[in-house]
Structures are given as structure tokens and as C-alpha cells.
Write a protein that binds this ligand. Structure first.
Ligand SMILES: NC(=O)c1ccc[n+]([C@@H]2O[C@H](COP(=O)([O-])OP(=O)(O)OC[C@H]3O[C@@H](n4cnc5c(N)ncnc54)[C@H](O)[C@@H]3O)[C@@H](O)[C@H]2O)c1
Length: 354
């Protein structure tokens, strides 16, 4: 699967050479805000070679090319898939396109790293994971907060068993700005509001740390501009609260929002309480980027780690490293389906494909 390339001696024109060894070659589809960031971080870590870039907005494509001059622009996903040397496709388009673009890439024999959400619902997500399994290709989703140092510390504590019986999990993600692009507010393009945008990360973090227990009795309340949302396929929610019971006996409470008058830019946390104490992943000073891990003993707090932490984009780097090692499909991808099933329940959606 891996390509060996030598090269790029300094040209007569004097342009700087790219030294390359045996890094997978990648095509990038969608290089808006997050796609460009992920592309740059993968390139900076030199874990893969950015070969071609496609975006329906020419200005976004040009801006991305300006940072990776060795890459070339290409006009469609099909054109990326025709590049035999491209081993993996990194997708960061609006959410509605993720499932179809990922499936097309997998069926063309490419590995995929896709932005969250992988699908707008569990049925779409299942189809993508089935396609990855059939193609035996590595499928990664940008569940970026797993890769923060703070969440890594929390994961270790939860997994160690030192919290005893974990009976409560509190998850919070308030983005007091809300998205600045129109497509996020169209449920056909986004799949939903703050739950699918922010809640997806928190549900994933909680289930991942707890080894994906069964989730039962999901009860939720969705709001848009202060009014209850009764038709989430037509209106995106900007505030949601949900409670659920886990098969472990724990109770999980989720709150997330866009544009809440939160008094700060963001409030982000995942806190686990057990008979042996607590542990939390949380942002500091309202930041979207700075996180701490805290261990709680009764009224006492111990800080497990503090910023800085260059975590942004590291999920993509980890995926590219695995691709470079020649990894194919991994059963972990079924976790994306489990999270999507919980989100369906929060939205009151029924997976007709069961
Ligand atoms: N993992 C994370 O933490 C995280 C953070 C932010 C955003 N995201 C996800 O990333 C995705 C993109 O979000 P964004 O904020 O970067 O959006 P964006 O609008 O800035 O970027 C989307 C890009 O896709 C391009 N595009 C649209 N249709 C296309 C197509 N058919 N083919 C090629 N390019 C196309 C647009 O021109 C744009 O450049 C969303 O699904 C979002 O949920 C994930």
C-alpha cells in the first residue's frame, strides 16, 4: 500500500526540495477552516505527503496550495480517486457529504480520514463502516478531543479502576459563538445543530473512556432560540440537554449549545464521578484550545496536566501514522456507529435500517 518516492532535488529554478521517504500520499477534499488546519498539521508532522487538494471554492483551494506548494489542485473527488498513487483521502466538507464521499473513496480502495460527523444519522454511519470493512481500508474520524493530553490523562484514570464504581458522568459543551457558516444551520447539510456538532465529541469521550457500554433510556430536550424543537429534521437545535442510563449502572447527563449567554467563549467538560473520587477534562478561561485534567478527592483537587498542548490536528496525524504502517480496517470503526445511535436517540430518530 505504501508508496516509495525519492526526490525532489533542488530545481534549476532554485525551489526548495521536498525530501520524501515512504510516506503515504494523501488527497484533501474540502480545505475550509478545519480541512486546511488538518492538512497543515499532517504536513508539519511529515507523516504523509499532501499530493492533491480539491475544494469547490477556488479561493480556499488556492489558500491551501499556498502553504503546500508541492501539492496540486484537482477538480473533484473522482479526480482524486483516479490518482493511483493516492492512498488516503482526508475529507472536511460540510457534514451532509461525508458519508457518500467516504464510501466512494473506500470503494476506490483509498483509506479515509473524515471530519465528524461521519454520517448524519446511524444508518448513514453504518453504511460507511460497512464499506470500510468490505474494502479493508483504514477509516478514521476526527474525534479530536481524544487526542488532548488532558483527555488522555482522564482516560487513564477511568480505565485504571481507581474511581471505583463510576455512577455519574456530566458532559458539557457550550460554544457561545455558534458556527459562522450558513450550512451549519441547514439540517439537510449539517444533520442537526449543537448535538451533532458538539455533543458527538462528548458522547464519544464518555463511551470511549467507559469501553462503550450499552446506552438505555435516552431522554432529551432540544431548543432553538429558546423554543422547544419538535422537528429536528427541519430546524437545528441551539441548546440540548439529554440524560441516559449506561449499562454499567451509571447516569450520563449531557448539555450542549450554540450561542448560549455563557459569559465566556466556551465551557467544555467531561467529568466522571465514582465511589473512589472524580476526574475531569475541562477547558480553562473559556478557551476552545486550553484544557486541564483534574482529579477530585472529596473537596480537594489535584491538577493532572495543564496547557500548553499542541493537540489540534493530532487525530489526523495518528491516522496517517497508522496508514503509513499499512493498517487496513480496524473494528474500532464500529464505535462511530455506537455514538451515532446515541445521537439518533437524542434526536428521537428511528433507524429504519435497524
Ligand atoms: N473534529 C473537529 O473538532 C471539528 C472542528 C470543526 C469542524 N469540524 C467538521 O469539519 C467539517 C467542515 O467544517 P468547517 O468549519 O471547516 O467548514 P467550512 O465551510 O469552513 O469548510 C468546508 C469546505 O468544504 C468545501 N466544499 C463544500 N462542498 C464541497 C465538495 N462537494 N467538494 C469539495 N469541497 C467542498 C467548501 O468550499 C469549504 O472550503 C464539518 O463537518 C465540521 O463538523 C470538525
Amino acid at each position: 500500500m505504501m508508496q516509495d518516492t525519492l526526490t525532489n532535488p533542488t530545481t534549476e529554478a532554485g525551489t526548495t526540495a521536498i525530501t520524501n521517504t515512504s510516506k503515504p500520499k494523501l488527497g484533501f477534499l474540502g480545505v475550509g477552516w478545519i480541512g486546511r488546519n488538518r492538512m497543515e498539521v499532517i504536513a508539519q508532522h511529515q507523516v504523509a505527503e499532501v499530493t492533491c487538494i480539491s475544494d469547490t471554492a477556488p479561493e480556499n483551494c488556492s489558500a491551501a496550495l499556498a502553504t503546500i506548494p508541492s501539492a496540486h489542485a484537482i477538480n473533484s473527488l473522482d479526480a482524486i480517486l483516479e490518482q493511483s498513487e493516492v492512498e488516503g483521502v482526508v475529507i472536511a466538507t460540510p457534514s451532509a457529504f461525508h458519508a457518500a464521499q467516504t464510501i466512494a473513496s473506500l470503494e476506490a480502495g483509498k483509506a479515509v480520514f473524515c471530519q465528524k460527523p461521519l454520517g448524519r444519522n446511524a444508518a448513514e454511519t453504518k453504511r460507511v463502516v460497512a464499506a470500510a470493512r468490505k474494502a479493508d481500508r483504514l477509516l478514521g474520524v476526527d474525534l479530536s478531543y481524544r487526542h488532548t493530553q488532558a483527555m488522555q490523562e482522564v482516560y487513564k484514570v477511568v480505565q485504571s479502576g481507581e474511581l471505583g464504581h463510576i455512577y455519574a458522568v456530566e458532559l458539557v459543551f457550550h460554544n457561545a459563538y455558534g458556527p459562522d457558516k450558513a450550512w451549519f444551520y441547514d439540517p439537510k447539510l449539517s444533520g442537526g445543530g449543537c448535538v451533532i456538532d458538539l455533543g458527538v465529541h462528548l458522547v464519544d469521550l464518555a463511551l470511549w473512556a467507559l469501553d462503550f457500554p450499552e446506552v438505555q433510556n435516552v431522554k432529551s430536550h432540544l431548543f432553538a432560540k429558546g423554543q422547544p424543537v419538535t422537528n429536528p429534521d427541519e430546524v437545528v437545535e441551539d441548546f440540548a440537554t439529554a440524560s441516559m442510563a449506561l449499562g454499567t449502572g451509571a447516569h450520563l447527563q449531557l448539555s450542549c449549545s450554540w450561542n448560549l449567554p455563557a459569559g465566556q467563549e466556551a465551557i467544555i467538560s467531561a467529568t466522571f464521578y465514582g465511589t473512589g473520587g472524580g476526574v475531569a477534562f475541562k477547558n480553562t478561561n473559556g478557551s476552545f484550545y486550553d484544557f486541564v485534567a483534574e482529579r477530585y478527592y472529596g473537596t480537594r483537587t489535584e491538577r493532572l496536566c495543564s496547557p500548553p498542548d499542541a493537540w489540534s490536528g493530532m487525530a489526523g496525524v495518528a491516522w496517517a501514522e497508522r496508514l503509513a504502517k499499512g493498517e487496513g480496517f480496524n473494528n474500532e470503526a464500529e464505535e462511530y456507529v455506537k455514538v451515532a445511535e446515541v445521537l439518533d436517540k437524542i434526536y428521537g430518530r428511528y433507524d429504519a435500517e435497524g
